[in-house]
Design a protein around this ligand. Structure first.
Ligand SMILES: [Fe+2]
Ligand SMILES: [Fe+2]
Length: 173
């Protein structure tokens, strides 16, 4: 049985993952209408992944005798300035999510809830990957600068990233 404060904190994380999914879906749409097909595919996939993160939490809470609460969500922005600014936002968002996961882990230790602590380790590892990926992309963008040709190549590059990881999917259960 989950302690009430842990159930509440996990439910808050459900909302954060759901909102992340919406943010990336909105980024996908923005990129798609700009003609950045590779970036759009990348963002659609990110959006799907965030939904799986959310669902994993939903199932866990319900299985442990809690009740997953599905709520309304904050609407994401619909335009993102430059694509560099968009990826900066993605990076900041992932750092925010990592902090939130860390806080959750902290709460489980306080409650001596080692089952939930163990469950959350998957998220800890996932956040390391997501932050690293966002950082790698940002480094590339900084190399390109404002060069249009570079942007075209970047769009193709990131498409390769999507194809590669759909061939060897990371374990996101
Ligand atoms: Fe996530
Ligand atoms: Fe994420």
């Amino acid at each position: 049985m989950l302690a009430k404060n842990i159930e509440k904190a996990l439910n808050e994380q459900i909302k954060i993952e759901a909102e992340s999914s919406q943010v990336y879906l909105s980024m996908a749409c923005w990129a798609e209408v700009q003609g950045l097909e590779g970036v759009a595919q990348f963002m659609y996939r990110q959006s799907d992944e965030e939904r799986t993160h959310m669902l994993k939490l939903v199932k866990y809470i319900n299985e442990r005798g809690g009740h997953s609460i599905i709520t309304d969500l904050k609407a994401p922005k619909t335009s993102f300035g430059t694509f560099k600014e968009m990826f900066e936002e993605l990076y900041r968002h992932e750092v925010f999510v990592s902090n939130s996961i860390n806080e959750l882990v902290h709460i489980t230790l306080g409650e001596k809830d080692y089952a939930t602590h163990n469950f959350l380790q998957w998220y800890v590892a996932e956040q390391i990957e997501e932050e690293a990926q966002a950082k790698t992309i940002l480094d590339k963008i900084n190399l390109i600068g404002e060069d249009r040709g570079g942007l075209y190549l970047f769009d193709r590059d990131i498409q390769q990233l999507v194809i590669k990881s759909s061939v060897s999917p990371k374990s996101n259960g």
